[in-house]
Design a binder for this molecule. Structure first.
Ligand SMILES: C[S@@+](CC[C@H](N)C(=O)[O-])C[C@H]1O[C@@H](n2cnc3c(N)ncnc32)[C@H](O)[C@@H]1O
Length: 247
């Protein structure tokens, strides 16, 4: 992806905002446009902009970290299901799908996102990655959606950088979890605060209830997801586990 022609201006290091408030300016002939990183519809509209801001400038490495941990876990736990039929939930413009294809043997990769612009960006920038890509809201799964998804017989759920912060709500995450077969891979990351007593998103409670009951955790890895605009590390947990039964 060529991002070099984009002109992006970043706020100074004194800019200490919550992650979902962080912004930059895209400079074009029309002048500077202020865009929040979490305005995904606008960010995906511009080829290479997400890659430039999140991956080049803010050094996000989560897709590689997560898919690398999955690869290690597959090698260690030979009894688990492969090749993978993956549901990439909150797939965005497809970077995780691309890393999955490189890291592990897949039979199918299907993306879901809640906005049309993500699907459009995937078709524009990474047309060969996904076997199918749905724009869906899994907060409510109707019969039609259920049928579309059931036919893939998913044996892995992967969700990167999409939980909390007003993105995927707990209900949708639980519905996605329940769409996947028992004894499947469950792989996701989440900001460390949302998986702690300080959480105010509901994720900590849900995850604590899941673990040991519906979800067996093989690996819980604390790492730097990306830098903030001020250059500070933002820490997440990466979780690799196995679904035992519906939640
Ligand atoms: C930070 S991006 C991560 C994209 C991709 N997973 C990656 O790591 O590059 C978060 C994505 O979650 C999507 N999203 C937010 N709420 C969602 C929901 N309820 N259901 C599905 N996707 C959602 C956004 O549209 C966005 O594409």
């Amino acid at each position: 992806m060529g991002a070099c022609s984009l002109q992006v201006e970043y706020p100074g290091r004194e800019c200490m905002l919550e992650q979902n408030e962080e912004f930059f300016h895209l400079v074009t002939d029309d002048g500077p446009e202020r865009i929040r990183i979490h305005e995904y519809d606008r960010v995906y509209d511009v080829p290479g902009l997400y890659e430039e801001v999140v991956y080049n400038r803010l050094q996000c490495d989560s897709p590689h970290v997560i898919t690398g941990l999955l690869k290690d876990a597959i090698q260690r736990h030979g009894d688990m299901k492969t090749p993978l039929r993956v549901l990439d939930f909150g797939a965005g413009n497809g970077i995780v799908g691309e890393c999955l294809q490189d890291a592990v043997e897949t039979e199918a990769i299907v993306g879901i996102d809640i906005i049309d612009q993500a699907k459009t960006a995937v078709h524009r920038d990474r047309p060969d990655i996904y076997d199918d890509y749905y724009v869906m809201d899994l907060s409510e799964v109707d019969e039609g959606d259920q049928q579309k998804l059931d036919r893939w017989n998913f044996n892995a759920l992967v969700t990167v950088a999409s939980l909390g912060f007003g993105d995927i709500p707990t209900r949708a995450f639980v519905n996605a979890f329940n769409l996947i077969e028992n004894r499947s891979w469950i792989v996701f990351n989440i900001k460390d605060r949302f998986f702690s007593e300080d959480d105010d998103t509901g994720y900590n409670k849900i995850l604590q209830q899941m673990i040991g009951n519906s979800l067996k955790v093989y690996k819980k890895h604390h790492y730097c997801h990306r830098l903030s605009m001020a250059g500070e590390p933002l820490h997440y947990y990466a979780i690799v586990g196995r679904k035992e039964n519906d939640f």
